[in-house]
Design a protein around this ligand. Structure first.
Ligand code: FAD
Ligand code: SF4
Ligand code: SF4
Length: 426
């Protein structure tokens, strides 16, 4: 037997699967969501090159789906992993999709006819989706999913679907997979900004998070790429970014730096300037961390475009009928400013993926105090866990950018490949 199970199909899991399968070892790629792609599918451009995120990710998603040595399992989660390195048995639960994946052509006729609109998690809450939906336009697999928590069983989609792909009954199913090794790439979640209510997220309509802004900037997102105030649809003449929301903050027990937020804010500030050069933009920060290759130059470009960086953190965002007010002390010169931004962007930090304690128990690895997965050695072995044959890659261990995720995926792939080859040569 030579098989590897990869759990989580963001950019890290996708790259890990491609690297292992490229060496002729079969991979089962398990993804909880109805489509693979993870957070990178939500981004517009990527720093520091400003390449279109989906232009990089989408071909990899298609490669994974077409690869003869990779089986993807969307809507699936691992229930248990028994055995030992070289001879694991992985029990997987596939949740009901209420769609026959083989029959659905992805035409979208059912989506058009469905009368129910609900909160759209992929668009970070801006805009809506139907009760039967495709996670996004370039979803892989290219089939819909029916959300039975919101479906009112009106019956319209069943009548519309030519090939008859929609199922009233679907119990899901269980898979038992053999694996020489397992790689965990379950990624991160963004900080819920309601944890800092003084900053006004979900209280004032024109306070958005960085992920919501990504969806707004994206031409295929809910606003068609228009940066606008959610209160009245107008283009904001002034935008303020507040950094480290949910990072480096002892008051909410999140001491660590989220690594990507400084660069992400610089990127999105420049993208706003490109769309609307007259918009005034401030970035309020504690420290600016432009540590990677080409990152300092990227920051200099932003300064050259007129984006203003101010060292200081506002304690709150206040709003009345006239608009929003932020009072801020520039800690470099003691000057106190009173600003009236038309849009406030909270650069939310990265936290551990949901349900990490349960996953750690099932797979037998340990967690850091901050909830991320713990590698055996942060200096010299950043992919192995305390359970031989179970590896970690990407943001499951700590916040990191995409190039780092891809590199760690390659490294975990090599370890998993060696385990699989040992089985073959035994
Ligand atoms: C606003 C914002 C902008 C950013 N911009 C950039 C940028 O421009 N450039 C850059 O380099 N980085 C950027 N980043 C960081 C980038 O998003 C991450 O580096 C990268 O997407 C992490 O990929 P990942 O595969 O490790 O995790 P994820 O993308 O989180 O993927 C994890 C996958 O695992 C799945 N999963 C989770 N739990 C389970 C489970 N129990 N079972 C099965 N599947 C599971 C998830 O559904 C998901 O598909 C940005 C981040 C944010 C928040
Ligand atoms: S379920 Fe039917 S109507 Fe809906 S996308 Fe699939 S084939 Fe088209
Ligand atoms: S049956 Fe459900 S999913 Fe289908 S159209 Fe009606 S509400 Fe939408």
């Amino acid at each position: 037997m030579s098989n590897v199970v990869v759990i989580g199909a963001g950019i890290t899991g996708i790259q890990t699967a491609l690297d292992i399968a490229g060496h002729g070892i079969h991979v089962d790629l398990i993804e909880r969501e109805p489509s693979i792609g993870g957070h990178m599918a939500q981004l517009d451009k990527t720093f520091p090159t400003n390449d279109c995120s989906m232009c990089i990710l989408s071909p990899k998603m298609v490669d994974v789906a077409r690869h003869p040595a990779i089986s993807i399992h969307p809507c699936a989660e691992v229930e248990s992993v028994e055995g030992e390195v070289g001879r694991f048995q992985v029990r997987v639960r596939k949740s009901p999709r209420y769609i026959d994946e083989e029959t659905c052509t992805g035409c979208g006729d059912c989506i058009q006819i469905c009368p129910v609109e609900v909160y759209n998690r992929f668009d970070a809450g801006i805009g809506v989706r139907k009760a039967i939906y495709k996670p996004h336009a370039q979803a892989v697999p290219d089939v819909v999913v029916k959300d039975n928590n919101h479906c009112i069983e009106c019956g319209l989609c069943y009548d519309t679907c030519g090939p008859g792909a929609i199922r009233r009954e679907d119990e899901g199913r269980e898979l038992i997979l053999d694996a020489a090794s397992v790689v965990i790439t379950t990624g991160y979640t963004v900080f819920d900004a309601r944890g800092k209510p003084q900053l006004g997220h979900l209280i004032y309509p024109d306070v958005v998070t960085s992920l919501e802004l990504e969806r707004m900037i994206n031409a295929s997102g809910p606003t068609g790429g228009k940066i606008k105030r959610l209160s009245d649809g107008e283009v904001p003449k002034s935008v303020v970014f507040i950094q480290c929301v949910g990072s480096r903050d002892m008051t909410i027990d999140r001491q660590y730096c989220s690594c990507v937020c400084c660069m992400q804010a610089i990127k999105n500030a420049m993208l706003i300037k490109e769309k609307s050069p007259e918009t005034e933009i401030f970035i309020f920060y504690m420290d600016l961390r432009a540590y990677g290759k080409g990152y300092e130059e990227y920051y200099e470009r932003a300064v050259g475009k007129g984006i203003r960086f101010l060292r200081g953190m506002p304690s709150d965002v206040i709003a009345d009928r006239k608009g929003m007010t932020i009072q801020i002390e520039n800690t470099e010169n003691g000057e106190v400013l009173l600003l009236h931004p038309e849009l406030v962007v909270l650069s939310v930090g990265l936290g551990p993926a949901e349900e990490m304690p349960a996953l750690a128990r099932k797979l037998g690895f340990t967690l850091e105090d901050n909830g991320f997965a713990k590698p055996v050695n942060d200096a010299v072995d950043t992919v192995a866990t305390i359970r031989p044959g179970i590896y970690l890659a990407g943001t499951v261990t700590a916040p990191r950018d995409i190039p780092d995720c891809v590199a760690s995926g390659g490294s975990a792939a090599m370890r998993a490949y060696i385990d699989a080859m040992r089985v073959l040569s035994a």
